[in-house]
Ligand binder design. Structure first.
Ligand SMILES: Nc1ncnc2c1ncn2[C@@H]1O[C@H](COP(=O)(O)OP(=O)(O)OP(=O)(O)O)[C@@H](O)[C@H]1O
Length: 593
């Protein structure tokens, strides 16, 4: 059942990529596959006509030879460009499909589970092999047509000769076994390959270059990479040796049988049991059989690769379907009336044994700004990710105006959300796009982009760019401008402020690269605007910061400790309570005095 589905996926993807071209290519391939054996048959007719002096047979023979030649010529001229274009379309289609399926998965679980992310990586890396699917499909069709024609001709001379292609198939078997072994070796050495690649990246990436040099890691990295590669090559070479030996033996055996068949048919002809035309036919067809089985043997690898690639792609589609949160259909509310409530929320990262959050109970009223504080690893970012619904809680519920977040359609929930993170992405685009993508629908609206730049405090950065908002950012481009960490961060903030009145604004240390004063100014400015917007939409702001001068501006401060909520209240309430918050606040205040 699954193999049928994979076969159908292969054929349908090929024809969907270039329908007309594939139909033309299929017809041409069929004609070419029949042309060579037909010409051989024409030659045997010609010989027979000449030896028996039958002009009708001679004419038929010549007509078939000339027809075959014409078809081969036409096929050679037209088929090539048609096939190349179809292949290009197929490669494009496969990459687009793959990207569509992968980015369509709404959650992040697939990145957390090593087994899933390994398979995902494997699908991506080997995607180009699906891209040759149309070529292999056409080849397969041509080979089947060619085989049927050759077999009918051989069988018409003597059925025993059908053993020849049958035995030739042992070459296909040996090639298949060899390829399976080599493929297995490749899969077995994937962890070493990936680790070596990662270490190579660390060794040469300018972003890691600083630490690599400061700590003198070059030698350690090189030794690790060499050891990993040596281990990999050892396994790969062992597999290649095995298939070389088996295939060589089988080919030798086939060659001997082929020689015996030729001798046998000549003896029969001398005894008057076969005609001269038959001998010619076998002599000319035997190399074609050899070529055919050799071709199949060589291409078995590619058939296997294409089938394997499509079966991985099929797995990905099934995985995406199972993780598409299809049942989350409720549209997100357009404005919040009560707020967000976390009811006994617990969470463990996929594949992790211990819980990162447990027993989290919290009510965030609509229109309020809440700050999450706590030591490193307390679970603040994790809570933010749950609110963005990157994952669902492993226990408990998050209720949005009383509706379970896990039932809300993820796209509509995120459409009402804006976010800025500490580990923001440096999108190497044009400055105006770097900000504009914060609200794709208004990306082209220059006024909106300028307003977001103002809100994110990025005006001075834009003013310093040679072409202002039209400057290409990033050093991968010849005329691209590279920014400092803080300047990139201001752009990330501006991006977060593109959506003017979000229902949920998540700010997870998006100002960590700014100096405390700049951060304070920015939040003061932002807080006033947010209050106005919140009155209209009931929007909630969730802020994570280690700076108490910022945190104190929030309506509600949540102190987290070891994945639990320890204290909740306003700045004044928490100071008066004299708990962890008061202690941490005092520590930080003293440091600044
Ligand atoms: N993707 C992940 N997979 C497994 N564990 C994770 C993952 N991300 C974070 N953790 C673990 O979850 C715990 C909480 O991490 P989290 O990032 O939520 O803390 P945080 O309070 O935001 O810390 P910080 O102040 O350092 O940003 C940590 O112990 C961390 O090791």
């Amino acid at each position: 059942m699954r193999s049928l589905r994979i076969g159908a996926l292969w054929v349908s993807t090929s024809f969907r990529a270039a329908p007309l071209l594939m139909v033309i290519a299929t017809v041409l391939v069929a004609l070419r596959a029949v042309a060579a054996p037909a010409q051989t048959f024409g030659i045997s007719l010609l010989v027979e006509g000449l030896t028996a002096d039958r002009s009708a047979t001679i004419t038929a023979g010549i007509a078939i030879i000339v027809g075959g030649l014409a078809v081969s010529f036409l096929g050679d001229v037209v088929a090539w460009p048609v096939q190349v274009t179809a292949e290009e379309r197929m490669a494009g289609r496969v990459h687009a499909d793959l990207l569509d399926v992968t980015t369509g998965i709404p959650g992040l679980t697939q990145h957390e589970r090593a087994d899933v992310s390994d398979r995902l990586e494997f699908v991506r890396e080997r995607a180009w092999k699906m891209g040759v699917g149309s070529e292999v499909l056409l080849w397969l069709f041509g080979t089947v047509t060619n085989t049927v024609t050759v077999l009918s001709l051989l069988g018409s001379v003597h059925p025993v000769l059908l053993l020849l292609p049958l035995l030739g198939m042992s070459r296909v078997w040996s090639a298949y076994q060899g390829n399976m072994r080599e493929q297995q070796a490749h899969e077995d050495t994937m962890p070493q390959e990936r680790l070596a690649d990662r270490l190579i990246e660390i060794a040469k990436d300018p972003r890691t270059g600083l630490e690599v040099r400061v700590f003198g890691l070059r030698r350690v990295l090189l030794e690790r990479i060499t050891a990993l590669q040596a281990e990999r090559f050892r396994l790969l070479v062992a597999a290649a040796r095995w298939s070389g030996k088996v295939d060589g033996g089988v080919r030798l055996l086939f060659g001997l049988l082929y020689a015996a068949a030729v001798v046998w048919i000549v003896i029969r002809a001398r005894n008057g049991q076969q005609t001269a035309g038959d001998v010619v036919l076998v002599l000319l067809l035997a190399p074609q059989v050899d070529q055919m089985t050799g071709g199949i043997a060589q291409n078995v690898y590619w058939i296997g690769e294409v089938v394997r690639s499509f079966s991985r792609y099929d797995w990905l589609r099934e995985y995406a379907k199972a993780n598409s949160w299809r049942r989350s259909r409720t549209p997100a509310p357009r404005r919040l009336t009560t707020g967000i409530e976390l009811r006994d929320v617990g969470f463990a990262y996929p594949g992790a044994e211990s819980a990162v959050l447990s027993g989290v109970n919290l009510t965030v009223p609509a229109g309020s700004a809440v700050a999450l504080v706590g030591e490193n690893g307390a679970g603040k970012t994790t809570l933010v990710k749950l609110l963005a619904r990157m994952y669902d809680p492993t226990s408990g519920q998050i209720l949005v105006d009383g509706v379970d977040l896990s039932t809300i359609e993820p796209g509509s929930w995120r459409a009402g959300m804006a976010a800025g993170f500490q580990d923001f992405v440096k999108f190497e685009l044009i400055a105006r796009e770097v900000v504009g993508i914060g609200d794709v629908g208004r990306m082209g609206d220059v006024t909106a982009v300028q307003a977001a730049v103002r809100r994110g405090g990025a005006e001075s950065v834009v003013a310093g760019l040679p072409r202002g908002l039209d400057t290409q950012l990033g050093k991968k481009f010849t005329d691209g401008v590279e920014l400092s960490g803080g300047q990139w961060q201001r752009f990330a903030l501006a991006r977060a402020f593109m959506r003017e009145k979000p229902m949920l604004l998540l700010l997870d240390e998006p100002t960590a690269a700014l100096d405390p004063e700049a951060e304070h100014r920015l939040y003061e400015q932002y807080a006033t605007a947010a209050r106005d917007a919140a009155a209209e939409t009931g929007g909630i702001t969730v802020l994570v910061s280690h700076r108490f001068s910022t945190v104190r501006m929030a309506d509600l401060i949540v102190v987290m400790h070891h994945g639990r909520i320890e204290e909740v209240g306003s700045h004044e309430e928490l100071l008066a309570a004299g708990g962890r918050y008061a202690e941490l606040f005092e520590l930080q205040a003293r440091a600044y005095r």
